[in-house]
Design a binder for this molecule. Structure first.
Ligand code: ATP
Ligand code: MG
Length: 584
């Protein structure tokens, strides 16, 4: 440590909110270069490389072959698939000196697909799985928490190419197993969640989430432990249509000052309105939100469409769920400007009937069953309908997963109820299908000499994010607590005794461990106090530490298991003890 390029910091960096960010900066693993862009200092780089190697060995074990594409890429392949435009502001675009459009790769489906097309022509060449461990670039809207969400980050991305759907299912299953081994091998506490496939398209899709309160993803778990899903992927069971033959006709009521669901329910109960003989609750009312949906038309031009979104009044609109449901289209909530442009929108009193009348498409949460009756806005100031029936008094143009998921909601397929938790997305596997191979017109001759388009899987692990996620799960108030597989060094030796005998015993111990192939960090700094050395050892987080301190006079050293027990043991034999710990 007297030579190591390291300077530990006592104070948390001002911009850091989560423990991993604070600790990785304070312990001298990473250093900010720009928002969402970090430099890797010697200790951090060692850990990053170890995570890469761990991921690499599990990928190699399923027969995936490593290669490496450039990070700086031409526009054309991304134009072929439409992603040059669809990727939006997240894509780093630039021009070379001749004015040609270039980009910094955010993910590499295009390059892998084009290269397979380039080199392979016969079914005999398949299946093939390729991967790389590479730096990716995404101009994230909200870079966050250090390397947890960077604008430059390291990803392992792999791609499988199969001639049949069964082959794809097999490649997918292999990746699933490899990912379990990757995360199990590092002792990560994680959940495999059903996911939506997002902008990529495709079908089967799962995410590996590290359980952590600081995670940005919310996921659900069923009470029987059999089902887990990203909230964006939770599918609401569609209720049976309701027989409305006995439902009275819709009546428009005067409802003074009732712009909110709360005041509306208050009004209804004050006015003696009843639903099936009981008092009105928020769940009997219909919230009608107006959003502006933006889609790309065939020429790639953005088209905006005012759209109504209906959710039961006891639930909020979950913007992330709606975003996922509408992808690749995007949306924003209607603003003052939109209300001005569409005067039929009466704020606080918008309802589906008026939207129908004005030709505004209406999307509804699946709970809004056909034939169900609702209390909802009548599109006039201070007026609401009671008994407005879906399918009789208004029509729904489509159903959409837009309502929030609540603790205790029913889980699908009889898996009990749902509970909510937060996680960090570490990896994502999905069956992409033929979207990219079709875009590139990849034609492979099958056994019968006929042309056939291979099907793809796409699989990612956030390698640099994994380091931060492990730090989130494994730290205490004093510092990092690395698992030995990825700690920069397995053993930390500190001499905290000025005695010449202790100093030379330290040297000997380090030499012996070194000879046995153990990676040792040696705190040999001569003018640093024992207190500072102890603090640094805890902050840096090596799994095992040996302190040659006061007890060395009696021939003893302190053996500390980071995050575990401290014991005084004889110096003689400490190498063997350590070897057991490191190898065990
Ligand atoms: P997120 O929802 O967190 O933005 P994503 O769905 O965009 O992730 P993918 O495109 O599937 O992510 O990328 C594969 C993996 O790369 C993710 O599972 C995640 O671990 C990692 N990753 C994605 N974006 C970042 C980022 N900005 N910084 C660090 N790691 C990232
Ligand atoms: Mg993303």
């Amino acid at each position: 440590m007297s030579q190591l390029f390291l300077c530990t910091l006592r104070d948390d960096p001002a911009d850091a909110e989560v423990p991993s960010h604070k600790l990785l900066v304070r312990a001298g693993y990473i250093r900010r270069a720009a928002p969402g862009i970090y430099s890797w200092l010697p200790l951090g780089l060692r850990t990053l490389r170890k995570i890469e190697d761990h991921v690499r060995s599990e990928m190699d074990a399923i027969g995936a072959q490593e290669m490496l594409f450039p990070g700086l890429l031409p526009r054309e392949p991304y134009q072929t698939t439409g992603r040059w435009d669809e990727y939006g502001d997240e894509l780093f675009r630039l021009k070379d000196r001749k004015g040609a459009d270039m980009l910094l790769g955010p993910t590499h489906e295009e390059m892998f697909t084009a290269t397979v097309k380039d080199l392979y022509a016969s079914y005999k060449d398949f299946p093939v799985t390729l991967y790389q461990i590479q730096t990716k670039y995404r101009d994230e809207a909200r870079p966050r928490a250090g390397i947890l969400r960077g604008r430059e980050f390291v990803m392992k991305d792999s791609y499988s190419f199969d001639m049949s759907d069964e082959g794809l299912a097999e490649s997918y299953a292999k990746h699933r197993t490899a990912y379990q081994r990757i995360f199990d091998g590092l002792g990560v506490d994680y959940v495999i969640c059903q996911a939506t496939s997002g902008a990529m398209g495709g079908s089967a899709s799962e995410e590996f989430l590290a359980v952590s309160p600081t995670g940005e993803d919310t996921f659900v778990r069923s009470s029987d432990g059999e089902y887990a899903a990203n909230v964006e992927a939770v599918v609401t069971p569609r209720p049976e249509p309701v027989d409305y033959s006995a439902t009275p006709a819709a009546v428009k009521h005067e409802t003074p000052v009732s712009e909110t669901i709360e005041t509306l329910v208050e009004w209804a109960n004050g006015a003696g309105i009843q639903v099936e003989g009981r008092a009105v609750t928020a769940a009997d009312t219909l919230k009608c939100m107006t959003v502006v949906v933006t889609r790309l038309d065939e020429e790639g031009n953005e088209v905006e469409e005012l759209t109504g979104v209906l959710v039961p009044g006891d639930r909020a609109l979950d913007e992330k769920r709606l975003e996922a449901a509408l992808e690749p289209a995007t949306f924003r909530l209607a603003e003052e400007e939109d209300f001005r442009k569409h005067p039929f929108l009466v704020k606080g009193y918008i309802g589906p009937e008026g939207l129908n009348r004005n030709g505004v498409p209406v999307l509804a949460d699946p709970r809004i069953a056909e034939g169900s009756a609702w209390i909802t806005g009548a599109d006039e100031d201070q007026r609401h309908y009671v008994n407005l029936v879906n399918g009789r008094d208004f029509t729904v143009d489509g159903y959409v997963e837009a309502a929030e998921i609540k603790e205790g909601d029913r889980a699908p397929e009889g898996h009990g109820t749902l509970s909510l938790a937060r996680g960090i997305e570490l990896g994502h596997i999905f069956q992409l299908g033929r979207k990219y191979t079709e875009a590139f017109d990849v034609q492979i001759l099958d056994e019968n000499g006929k042309r056939s388009v291979p099907t793809m899987g796409s699989y990612g692990v956030g390698v640099s994010r994994l380091m931060a996620a492990i730090a989130e799960q494994r730290h205490d108030e004093k510092g990092l607590v690395w698992p030995k597989q990825i700690a920069p060094y397995q053993v930390h030796v500190a001499v905290a005794n000025k005695d010449a005998a202790a100093v030379s015993a330290g040297d000997e111990l380090v030499a012996a461990l070194d000879a046995a192939g153990v990676e040792v960090l040696f705190d040999d700094r001569p003018k640093v106090s024992p207190g500072v050395k102890f603090k640094d050892a805890e902050l840096l987080g090596m799994p095992f530490a040996v302190i040659l301190g006061r007890a060395f006079a009696e021939g003893n050293v302190e053996l500390r298991v980071r995050g575990g027990e401290t014991s005084e043991v004889p110096y003689e034999g400490v190498v063997e003890r350590l070897l057991e710990l490191v190898r065990g």
